[in-house]
Design a protein around this ligand. Structure first.
Ligand SMILES: Cc1cc2nc3c(=O)[nH]c(=O)nc-3n(C[C@H](O)[C@H](O)[C@H](O)COP(=O)(O)OP(=O)(O)OC[C@H]3O[C@@H](n4cnc5c(N)ncnc54)[C@H](O)[C@@H]3O)c2cc1C
Ligand code: SF4
Length: 456
């Protein structure tokens, strides 16, 4: 914000910018600003519900407010409402195809998708074994401290330390671009150095390579330093020039105009009740190790320590390690949502709500995901390299040393068997569980209950 105010001033604008010491919240700043008696407040559509409500109440109290469409998304809210209104569940794929057609991205002249397919997911799921066979490619370092890069950053680091001395993380380690030029450079580096292998290793989780080939552009995008279509256009150019393969570029485009727009649409469609969703009745408290990383489960420990240090994990770490554990352990979705909001540099309510409550925790009753993203140690050991450094055994289903993900996975399907037996995408899990000998099921129930009782 300070860099933005500076650049506006450099372009000749008069800027009334309040620092935190003067106005602790945006609303305080706005109220202070009203002393100038503006003819009208011209505001871009806010991204979060509470700001939207506040602006409505200001308008109702006679303050002239004019809202303009947002430039941070390409699907207008009204259009998404038409797409989703009245439906029992929504499919991201349907939204994505519509968006590609409407925007003409990776489309051929005959109206068919480039390459003849909409989706290259199957090519974008290389495992640890595949990665090793490929010669274990490593991306260039993407997270490096920007300390010392600008006076504004130095000033903000010292204020953050003064105002929030006990919060998670170290402001000195800030690696984010904070200016428009910095954000464009981060995008350029991604397209040049990581996009070509983005697709191949999109789902891979490595404890010695935190970011893999991901873009790290969520924070600048969510802050408005980058615009979605310029990211998509940069990737499409890389495909057309032969720099990056179609599967990688399609995978990236799918994230931006597919998932990002979709979760935003779901948020506006479902708010304000969505935040209270708890379709699976999960009430357990968030374990304290989510703040310390001190747990014998190596995958969780590594990923939590990484987010503490950098405020970043990539998508599969968020979904299939953190979200998966919270889902299987029956942690309260609201506690989980608050934790994610606290820990990530790209966190905003509009994007967390559907990702945490809908996608990761299935708390919206399957509105936006046809089945829960539940996985046992088999998934984590295939797609990650955490298990070799762990005290638990990913191949053991029960007994001493059995991986807790295995116990919790089957216990989850036991607890929710009736609900998931009638879902064609999960009924096989339930019947596999039900076919097991009763003594084996009882052992898993007992060991899972003991593990859960030990979570504090
Ligand atoms: C439990 C959970 C919590 C999440 N919380 C956030 C959050 O607070 N803020 C956030 O921006 N994303 C969130 N995501 C989505 C996604 O994990 C992050 O956008 C991504 O990991 C950011 O890293 P990246 O920029 O390297 O992304 P890449 O993997 O390089 O993807 C490119 C871009 O696509 C967009 N994108 C991809 N997937 C999603 C998605 N599911 N929802 C929205 N945008 C997506 C992002 O803008 C991202 O920068 C969350 C996902 C889960 C499962
Ligand atoms: S054995 Fe289980 S807890 Fe340990 S790293 Fe593997 S999946 Fe995680």
């Amino acid at each position: 914000m300070r860099e933005f105010a500076k650049s506006l001033r450099e372009h000749g604008w008069e800027v009334d910018y309040r620092k935190m010491a003067d106005a602790p919240s945006w609303l305080d700043a706005l109220n202070d600003h009203l002393q100038y008696g503006p003819d009208e407040l011209l505001v871009m559509e806010p991204n979060n519900w509470s700001q939207h409500e506040k602006l409505n109440s200001m308008a109702a109290s006679g303050i002239p407010v004019r809202v303009t469409p947002t430039c941070q998304f390409v699907t207008p809210r009204e259009e998404f409402f038409r797409f989703g209104k009245g439906k029992k569940r929504l499919l991201m794929e349907a939204h994505y195809r519509q968006a590609r057609q409407k925007l003409g991205i990776l489309m051929r002249d005959d109206g068919e998708p480039e390459g003849g397919a909409w989706n290259y997911d199957a090519e974008n799921r290389k495992t640890v074994r595949d990665w090793k066979k490929d010669g274990a490619p490593q991306p260039p370092a993407a997270i490096t401290s920007r300390r010392g890069q600008s006076l504004i950053l130095a000033e903000v680091i010292s204020e953050v330390n003064r105002w929030f001395p006990d919060d998670v993380g170290r402001a000195e380690d800030c690696w984010l671009p904070t200016t428009r030029d910095g954000a464009l450079e981060a995008l350029r580096q991604f397209v040049e150095k990581r996009l070509p292998l983005f697709g191949d290793y999109q789902d891979l989780m490595l404890q010695d390579s935190q970011t893999m080939f991901h873009s790290l552009i969520a924070a600048p995008l969510n802050l408005g330093l980058l615009l979605p279509m310029e990211c998509v256009a940069a990737a499409e150019r890389a495909y057309k020039s032969g720099h990056a393969p179609l599967a990688a570029v399609e995978g990236f485009v799918r994230q931006i105009i597919g998932w990002r727009e979709f979760v935003n649409g779901v948020y506006w469609l479902k708010m304000p009740d969505y935040l209270q969703s708890n379709g699976l009745g999960a009430t357990r408290k968030l374990p304290a190790f989510f703040y310390s990383g001190e747990t014998d489960m190596n995958c969780l420990s590594c990923v939590i320590r990484e987010v503490k240090d950098t405020a970043y994990n990539h998508h599969i770490q968020r979904l299939m390690i953190l979200g998966n554990f919270l889902l299987l352990a029956g942690i309260s979705p609201q506690e989980a949502h608050d934790w994610f909001l606290e820990m990530y540099i790209d966190a905003h309510e509009w994007v967390m709500a559907a990702n945490v409550l809908g996608m990761a925790l299935h708390a919206d009753g399957g509105f936006m995901a046809t089945k829960p993203y539940a996985g046992s140690a088999a998934y984590i050991s295939k797609m990650g390299n955490y298990c070799s450094g762990c005290n638990f055994d990913p191949n053991k289903k029960s007994g001493p040393g059995a991986c807790p993900f295995n116990l919790l996975y089957w216990d989850f399907y036991d607890r929710h068997a009736d609900r998931f037996a009638s879902n064609p995408r999960t009924s096989m899990m339930v019947s596999a569980w039900r076919k097991r000998p009763e003594a084996e099921r009882e052992t898993i129930r007992r060991e899972a209950a003991k593990f859960l009782a030990g979570l504090t």
